[in-house]
Design a protein around this ligand. Sequence first.
Ligand SMILES: NC(=O)c1ccc[n+]([C@@H]2O[C@H](COP(=O)([O-])OP(=O)(O)OC[C@H]3O[C@@H](n4cnc5c(N)ncnc54)[C@H](OP(=O)(O)O)[C@@H]3O)[C@@H](O)[C@H]2O)c1
Length: 232
Amino acid sequence: MHSVLVTGSNRGLGLEWARQYAGEGWRVYATCRRPDEAEALQTLADAHPEVSIHRLDVTDREQVEDMAAVLAGQPLDLLINNAGIYLERWGRDKLGQIDYDDWLTTLAVNTLGAFRVTEALLPSLEQGRKRLVVNISSHMGSIADINAPNDYAYRSSKAALNAASRGLSFELASLNIGLLLLHPGWVRTRMGGREAPLSPEESVAGMRAVVARFDPSMSGKFYRYDGQAMPW
Ligand SMILES: NC(=O)c1ccc[n+]([C@@H]2O[C@H](COP(=O)([O-])OP(=O)(O)OC[C@H]3O[C@@H](n4cnc5c(N)ncnc54)[C@H](OP(=O)(O)O)[C@@H]3O)[C@@H](O)[C@H]2O)c1
């Protein structure tokens, strides 16, 4: 049986990753900040005995260490670093209105969070068969894509995730672990909003297909949910 750990799996794309792998019979470590309030995840776990729910705020070092302890000695095939925030949704990050605390929080979740979790779970990934880390990025982290102001915090957090992940992929290669950066498309979630053209089902099905055909030549590269290469 394959195993996957998903961060931020109580709603949106994270919930859909958990749902689709559970449907395929995978062992799913579904993590979220507040398990007590994660009703959709609880429903999923009730229907699939191989789904377990774990408390994990990706900015909390102790919770990350606790999660690594739960997995200690067990293989992990796939890690999906999905948790992410977009605090400046209402254009608060125009010059003169930049909230530097929000910016730091965004970096702590979107950039450092993925690294913290990956580093802690390496011993389990090294025992896995698939041996793959997927970092959920965004087209907004593509510097080539920037032709307007605003979104400084979110864009820089994902661009930093891209840069740091690209470097990490070389270190992981020596451990025979792969790394993919994926842009989910514009998706109807709380972050993406109602106008987005893609459903979580479509986006995650596409990203799962990229994961399924992963080979080491793809490691450290950035792809859209449909497998198209993304510009840096
Ligand atoms: N939707 C899109 O169009 C789109 C486009 C490009 C990239 N993305 C990326 O896709 C990923 C998922 O986004 P989404 O659309 O599913 O967003 P979402 O519906 O807003 O869900 C975000 C998830 O991240 C969790 N989260 C936030 N801070 C966390 C933390 N410190 N520790 C652990 N979990 C945390 C949230 O948990 P709580 O419920 O506890 O807040 C929630 O489960 C993100 O990385 C996002 O940047 C989305």
